[in-house]
Ligand binder design. Sequence first.
Ligand SMILES: [Cu+2]
Length: 133
Amino acid sequence: MSKRVHRTESRPIFLAIAAALAAVTVAGVVLIAQARRDFTVVARKYAFAVTGSNTAEIHVQQNDLVHVTFSTEDIPHSFTINEYRIMRRAEPGKPVSFDFRADRPGRFRFYCSLTIDEKCKDMQGFLVVDPAK
Ligand SMILES: [Cu+2]
């Protein structure tokens, strides 16, 4: 009799633990697949400003999906990262948005590659990608 009582009580507990483990696993997979990071980058003579950063730095984890909204306040500028083969040009009043997967860990310089203005080449910031754990 006592054995039967034990069985009926332990089963729901087992099912609850199994369900909790399944939920954690599913949540983990969803987080990895959808880690999207949004950044607003504003260019003006002769610097970049990144929202939430004093040092014009885009800081993400490896494999994050990086969403950038890039705009300029004066003349056309570009957001260029050689290692990621990214070159996006914005004009005043015409911001551009784009996504890329931060699949390469490291520290990568972004700069303005346009040659309209000689000092544009001094504009820079950094994409910092922490290696996946
Ligand atoms: Cu420029």
